[in-house]
Design a protein around this ligand. Structure first.
Ligand SMILES: [Zn+2]
Ligand SMILES: [Zn+2]
Length: 488
């Protein structure tokens, strides 16, 4: 029974399996057919795509070749254009460079013309300057040679001293300053100091009708004595007064004379007394009035207003006075090495003595002129100056000779220089300090005032400030006014 049942079951199973297998194989074949269709379809699509791609590629390559041809054409065209441009540029450049060279040539001509014009203008300027210089020289000669005229009886009787005005002041300043020479450092020194640097404080003109009359009278007598005039001097740097038309040459010079400040007034009033010459300074050329052509030489014999002798005066920075004296040298004896100490009048046949400097064969460092007659001198100008550096303090004796027989300049104040500089330095420090203190103080006061803002107090402060003044001018006012210390 069981077997029968199992067989039955098995056959049923087998039938269903067969059915299932049949169904599956049907499905499989259907699937296969579908896949084959699909593959076939894909192949078809692929071949279509391929054909399209090929067409596309063909089209693109055609386009590319066209493009290439166009580009080549374009490049060719550009090259042509470029070469054309180049040619035209080259022409342009050539043209421009031609123009440039023409322009340059024109410019060169122009500048040559300008240069010529400039040279011409400079020449004209030079000529004008020469004319101006000549005119100035003429007016200088006229002004310096001029003697004051006395018209009225009133002016005749009154000797006066008055300030010199421009342009005479300038001429005289130049005369003073340009004649500054270097002098020996000290008695036995072979070394020379730099020329002294001085500052002119004032220049005055002395007008003394009586002395001038004596001088003019002496000049008339000299003309009578030397009707043909005198031989002009050579190698003299002093100012020679102009010889008026129709007059003979009398060797009239403006020379410097230095003496103590205290003697100036008397000289202006009474004239130079040759008999007193050499009293103070020695008498290498006898008893006469001594003159120099270098102002610095005369300066050696000056003093400050306090001292009576140049030997005593140790105040190199103080103001002192030089006289410019109109001197009739006439026929002057040129002295080189001969001994003249015993002269008390001009050598026979001569009017004056001129002692030569070493460069002219003499034995002096600087030329000296000696006049033995009072009437042959006329103190005309009075120049006052203060030394802005250092003057050589002690001048030589007129008779002092060194081994070579030369006149020796006096002891220099070389150590005096250090003293002066040191004192000056200290003074400056003090002044600066005082000025600072004053400034701070006044600032404080001002602040106080402005804080309170009361008028009466302001007045009080102003009053209390007055006596203090400017400390710089308080320190340096007075004697040093002319020295230009104002640089604070
Ligand atoms: Zn004198
Ligand atoms: Zn003195």
């Amino acid at each position: 029974m069981a077997v029968q049942a199992l067989c039955q079951q098995f056959s049923v199973q087998k039938a269903s399996d067969n059915e299932q297998i049949q169904c599956l194989s049907q499905q499989l074949s259907q699937q296969k057919a579908a896949s084959e269709n699909r593959i076939k379809h894909l192949f078809e699509q692929l071949s279509l795509q391929k054909a399209a791609d090929k067409e596309q590629i063909e089209r693109l390559s055609q386009q590319l070749s066209q493009q290439k041809a166009a580009s080549e054409n374009r490049i060719k065209h550009l090259f042509e254009q470029l070469s054309l441009q180049r040619v035209s540029d080259r022409e342009q450049i050539e043209h421009l460079s031609q123009q440039l060279s023409q322009q340059m040539a024109a410019n060169e001509n122009q500048s040559k013309r300008h240069q010529e014009q400039i040279t011409y203008l400079w020449q004209q300027i030079g000529e004008l300057q020469q004319d101006h210089h000549a005119a100035q020289e003429v007016s200088k000669a006229l002004l310096l040679s001029r003697l004051p005229e006395f018209v009225t009886a009133v002016s005749r009787s009154s000797p006066t001293v008055r300030r010199v005005v421009l342009p005479l002041h300038n001429f005289l300043s130049v005369l003073f300053l340009e004649s500054m020479a270097s002098h020996r450092q000290h008695l036995h020194s072979g070394r020379f100091c730099d020329p002294p640097k001085v500052e002119i404080t004032r220049i005055c003109e002395s007008i003394n009708p009586n002395i001038q009359e004596q001088y003019l009278h002496a000049r008339k007598l000299l003309v009578q004595r030397r009707p043909d005039g005198c031989t002009p001097l050579r190698g003299i740097t002093a100012f020679k007064c102009a010889v008026e038309c129709g007059h003979v040459n009398l060797n009239e010079y403006l020379l410097f004379h230095g003496c103590p400040m205290g003697a100036v007034q008397s000289i202006l009033e009474n004239g130079l007394d040759p008999q007193r010459g050499g009293e103070a300074a020695g008498s290498m050329f006898g008893k006469g009035a001594y003159f120099a052509e270098t102002a610095s030489k005369s300066d050696l014999y000056t003093t400050c207003s306090e001292c009576r002798s140049y030997r005593e005066c140790k105040h190199p920075r103080a103001e002192r006075c030089i006289l410019v004296v109109r001197v009739l040298l006439g026929k002057t004896k040129i002295v080189t090495t001969e001994d003249c100490t015993s002269l008390n009048r001009a050598p026979e046949g001569y009017d004056t003595v001129t002692a030569q400097k070493t460069s002219n064969g003499g034995r002096l460092d600087h030329t000296e002129f000696v006049v033995y007659k009072e009437q042959m001198t006329l103190a005309q100008i009075l120049g006052a100056w203060a030394s802005s550096v250092l003057r050589v303090q002690e001048p030589p004796e007129h008779s002092a000779l060194n081994a070579e027989g030369r006149v020796i300049a006096g002891m220099s104040a070389a150590c005096g220089l250090m003293e002066v500089l040191f004192a000056f330095f200290i003074c400056q420090l003090a002044a600066v300090e005082a000025y600072l203190i004053f400034t701070v103080w006044s600032l404080c006061e001002d602040m106080k005032v402005s804080m309170k803002g009361q008028l009466p107090q302001l007045l009080v402060h102003k009053q209390s400030r007055e006596p203090v003044g400017d400390p710089a001018s308080a320190l340096f006012g007075g004697q040093n006014r002319g020295l230009g210390y104002g640089a604070f």
